[in-house]
Design a protein around this ligand. Structure first.
Ligand code: FAD
Ligand code: N01
Length: 554
């Protein structure tokens, strides 16, 4: 029996709901739907559950939302029982947590591992999706839920000479499970985004020599991670339900920070510097909340950016290297702020070299290394910390076809078009968790995942209760939403950066700000209001006699 057959054993071949992806999204979705009595399976390409935290095993990988907040909130006993060892958990601990959840709620029996979904085609007559795995097996399901992740399509730039290079290559998002020993090796890291900034210090500590190829200097703030204290843990656990509710409903990012009610220019320069310094010392992305206008007012933003640039100059001993590391082409935070442990300090090591490839780009890989700006460099290993085809990449790699055989990729050539980031017109019964047009990557993603999962589960339950077989956004509602997402983004500084939020990291990708920046609290209220008003903006269709019914409520 194949793994898919094993997963199907004991269940119907025709599912109520097929879920693609077994990260935080897919696991909670499975649990919710199972509890509602729907026949459901998860199809996962990887050999185990975990999503992001299964794939991203590079040295230094950890979350930058505090672990007391970067965790599920749906089960009080789970959040009371689980004990995090650090303020910001490292990848192995987060992966252990996800595995614990899969076991605790007995989820594995409905997960088909090593099963990549290659195509999903909507059958209009039967009102159901036909999924095809890479191995050629098919699954029919009334609803299909894409829990495929916003940062799961790892991307290595299309450098010539890739096949010629005789050393080892790695991508941070597809790291070998057995780990990599860089001892005694000459290593290159390409990129200076979050993954690079986390992995560069531990790689430098191990390698004989590390060369960092930087195209765009990034802003990074120190994590100042610490071992969890009983006192801090208690301060959350004693009041978890209320604090989680506050994060969900009253914040923009789904994370409780120390928020400010003042603008950066409303205070005297000395007080402003003192506030930045205080937050810099505490560590973490809390720095971004020193004032309430850093992401909307260019002059306010410049005060925070200047502060970080001064810190870089102060930290990095060699003035030329310091100068090259100064971010200059985007407002602070409009590319995701990085949170590091000893990143800038690493450039003071004798075995670390920074190469600026902004004006002298990497041209090709060679047999022994790579060529940039006409100069050859030799390496035993090259680490590509070059990011992801974010937000749409995982969806685009599945041949998704809706009404009249329309391909999702084609429907989205001018940028993703969704209603609430949940569904796209022309693709009935196809849901996305943290899809483009929802807060997703601008938030503590687990908060956004839980909200989407709950909304989708309630929606599918409402359809069953009403005897409806089909739901799809109305084109007008979708166009209004897309315009709103765009309009809200342009009230901020975000669109000024060439970021992956804008699709700018992928040559040829349409530049449009993809996530919804209105905040998780406001967004949740909109979604709830839409549902309470009979799923306003969605078209529903009643069951027809020739269509198979869904499982009855349990
Ligand atoms: P994923 O975890 O990406 O899971 C998607 C799953 O779908 C994957 O397992 C993938 O293999 C599978 N899949 C995709 N396509 C197919 C297919 N065709 N067939 C079958 N399976 C498929 N967010 C935060 O809020 N805070 C953080 O601190 C933070 N840190 C991060 C650090 C790193 C290194 C990265 C890359 C991301 C980080 N994120 C963070 C974002 C993170 O992706 C989310 O927090 C969260 O883990 C997403 O869960 P998910 O289940 O939606 O998607
Ligand atoms: O990817 P990125 P990432 N030549 O796209 C460079 C989450 N995350 O994996 O900016 C030379 O940010 C590229 O340069 P440029 C988080 O949401 C979180 O680091 O395009 N360089 C850039 O420097 C994050 O934002 C954590 O000019 C090239 C880098 O590669 C998201 O995942 C940790 C190049 C890619 O940076 C993605 O982060 C890790 C080329 N041809 C990830 N092509 C936490 O800490 C690309 N680059 C929580």
């Amino acid at each position: 029996m194949t793994r898919l057959d094993e997963a199907k054993a004991g269940g119907d071949k025709r599912l109520d709901v097929a879920i693609v992806g077994a990260g935080f999204s897919g696991l909670y979705m499975l649990l919710r739907l199972r509890r509602l009595g729907f026949s459901t399976r998860v199809f996962e390409a990887a050999a185990d559950v975990g999503g992001t935290w299964y794939w991203n095993r590079y040295p230094g990988a950890r979350c930058d939302v505090e672990s007391m907040q970067y965790s599920y909130s749906f089960d009080e006993q789970l959040q009371q029982d689980w004990r995090w060892s650090e303020r910001f958990a490292a990848q192995p601990e987060i992966l252990r947590y996800i595995n614990h959840v899969a076991d605790r709620f007995d989820l594995r029996r409905d997960i088909a591992l090593e099963t990549r979904i290659a195509a999903a085609v909507f059958d209009e007559g039967a009102a159901e999706w036909r999924l095809t795995t890479q191995g050629g097996e098919t699954i029919a399901a009334r609803h299909c839920i894409m829990a495929t992740g916003c940062l799961s399509a790892a991307r290595v730039p299309d450098f010539p000479g890739m096949a010629a290079y005789r050393g080892k290559t790695y991508h941070t998002g597809q790291w070998p499970h057995e780990g990599v020993d860089f001892s005694g090796l000459s290593v290159a890291v390409v990129g200076t985004g979050s993954s690079a900034i986390q992995s560069i210090p531990p790689i430098a500590a191990q390698a004989a020599h590390l060369t960092v190829f930087q195209r765009t200097p990034n802003f990074s703030v120190p994590a100042r991670n610490w071992a969890m204290t009983e006192e801090y843990e208690r301060s959350w656990k004693d009041d978890y339900a209320a604090l989680r509710q506050r994060a969900r409903a009253e914040t923009r990012s789904g994370t409780i920070y120390e928020f400010s009610t003042q603008g950066a220019l409303q205070v005297e320069p000395e007080a402003r510097e003192a506030e930045y310094e205080r937050r810099w010392r505490k560590g973490g992305a809390n720095f971004m909340h020193a004032f309430n206008d850093i992401l909307v007012d260019k002059a306010a933003n410049a005060t925070a950016a200047d502060f970080v640039r001064a810190k870089i100059r102060e930290t990095v001993s060699d003035p030329d290297t310091a100068q090259a590391l100064l971010p200059h082409d985007h407002p602070l935070g409009t590319k995701r702020i990085c949170v590091d442990t000893g990143y800038y300090e690493t450039f003071n090591r004798d075995n670390v070299t920074l190469v600026d490839v902004r004006h002298a780009p990497i041209e090709t890989l060679t047999e022994t290394g790579l060529r940039a700006g006409g100069k050859d460099y030799a390496f035993d290993a090259i680490v590509f910390a070059t990011g992801f085809d974010a937000m749409t990449g995982a969806l685009a790699s599945i041949d998704i076809r809706g009404r009249d055989g329309m391909a999702l990729k084609e429907a989205w050539t001018a940028g993703p078009r969704t209603y609430l980031g949940l569904m796209s017109a022309g693709f009935p019964n196809l849901f996305m968790i943290t899809g483009p047009g929802s807060p997703s990557v601008l938030s503590n993603v687990i908060v956004s995942i839980e909200q989407h999962v709950d909304w989708i589960a309630d929606c599918i339950e409402a359809l069953r209760a009403a005897g409806d077989h089909l739901i799809e956004p109305e084109i007008g509602a979708q166009e209004t939403w897309v315009a709103h997402v765009n309009e809200v983004a342009h009230r901020t500084l975000y669109p000024q950066a060439n970021s992956w939020y804008m699709g700018a990291n992928i040559p040829g990708k349409t530049r449009v700000f993809m996530p919804y920046i209105g905040g998780v609290g406001a967004y949740r209220a909109i979604c709830d209001e839409v549902a309470a008003n009979g799923y306003r903006g969605f078209r529903r269709e009643a069951a027809r006699r020739n269509r198979p019914a869904m499982s009855a409520a349990g």
